[in-house]
Design a protein around this ligand. Structure first.
Ligand SMILES: [Zn+2]
Length: 334
């Protein structure tokens, strides 16, 4: 079954390894995603994020541009196997030529440093989806968790601040350009401002169901899932264990594992709440740690089999694996 995945951090992985002097390639590497694994997993399209860590990078725009160079260097080196898409027609063209498609995204709206000119520059560079925040407050809004790293907490940072004036202007400009608004990592008030000020379908590229993991703000409440569905958007199911299961689901001493059965459990809940049309895939491969039952992109047939086992019809598996996300791309990309 053809896979369309809305989020991975593979470019950061390659960039990091290369910076430490390792000769690493998108064709074959030790990450969750490389071109060989994508082929083995029957992928049709992978979103590649330029992820900017605002706590470490003092020049966010410059850093995102350096990551974009890593992305394009790989795309150019493997142009016979994968092609960057700027429009919906590019996806179909790549497939007719037997190539994978790559869609460029940004994870951290702070990469634009509050500048609509930089946002437009990123659009011109091929960026077609952007999360307004990561785990830091920025010029656009507030995140839904305090920087997770090392804190061991999943506490809410902020429940009252919605998007800033600049954030609202960004939503409007992204929609005008044809860049998809991504609400993953955004706080709840910001989410509702995207619903209020936006008009087009938007996505939560890598977020699950909060009803199944109480207290996990990175996941969506049932009301949010319904709002995504009503706007014609999708939520990409994230394979990260923290967003799939509550810590108390594991016995003492047991190692938590990201299991396909739990991924499908979230799909079932999302289907019950928002309908089959709002579910997509947002693996977060190469951005998540821990034990994974699907260790790499080559293992996606495990998920397909589990969906079938848990009663999803073939047409529903097709919708989740690629149909729903492609519907959003057809509508928002030019
Ligand atoms: Zn993320």
């Amino acid at each position: 079954m053809k896979v369309v995945d809305m989020h991975c951090d593979t470019i950061s992985g390659i960039h990091r390894q290369r910076a430490s002097g390792k000769d690493v390639s998108l064709l074959h590497n030790d990450l969750n995603i490389d071109l060989e694994k994508l082929k083995a997993g029957d992928y049709g399209l992978q979103n590649f994020a330029l992820f900017v860590h605002l706590g470490r990078e003092k020049k966010p725009f410059e850093y995102a541009m350096a990551l974009a160079d890593t992305f394009y260097t790989e795309m150019e080196a493997h142009a016979d196997k994968i092609g960057v898409v700027r429009s919906y027609a590019d996806i179909e063209k790549n497939w007719s030529e037997g190539r994978l498609s790559a869609l460029l995204t940004i994870e951290e709206g702070g990469a634009c440093e509050g500048s609509l000119a930089y946002l437009r520059d990123f659009y011109r560079l091929g960026v077609r989806m952007m999360s307004l925040t990561w785990n830091y407050a920025n010029e656009l809004g507030w995140p839904n968790v305090l920087n997770l790293e090392g804190s061991g907490t999943m506490g809410y940072v902020d429940t009252e601040h919605g998007l800033t004036e600049t954030g609202i202007a960004f939503v409007e400009e992204m929609e005008r350009l044809g860049m998809i608004v991504d609400v993953s990592h955004l706080n709840d008030a910001g989410f509702w401002d995207v619903v209020k000020y936006g008009k087009k379908p938007f996505v939560a590229s890598h977020s699950n169901c909060r009803a199944l993991v109480p207290g996990c703000p990175r996941d969506l409440t049932d009301e949010m899932i319904r709002a995504v569905a009503e706007r014609g958007g999708v939520a990409g199911i994230n394979y990260c264990i923290d967003f799939l299961c509550s810590p108390d689901e594991w016995k003492a001493g047991e190692t938590p594992v990201s299991r396909v059965s739990d991924i499908v459990r979230h799909m079932k809940h999302m289907k019950n709440v928002g309908g089959i049309g709002c579910i997509g895939l947002g693996s977060d491969f190469d951005g998540i740690g821990g034990e994974l039952e699907m260790k790499t992109a080559a293992d996606l047939p495990l998920l397909e089999a589990e969906m079938r086992r848990q009663g999803f019809a073939e047409s529903e598996i097709e919708a989740v694996f690629h149909g729903n996300v492609l519907r959003v791309y057809r509508e928002v990309l030019r």
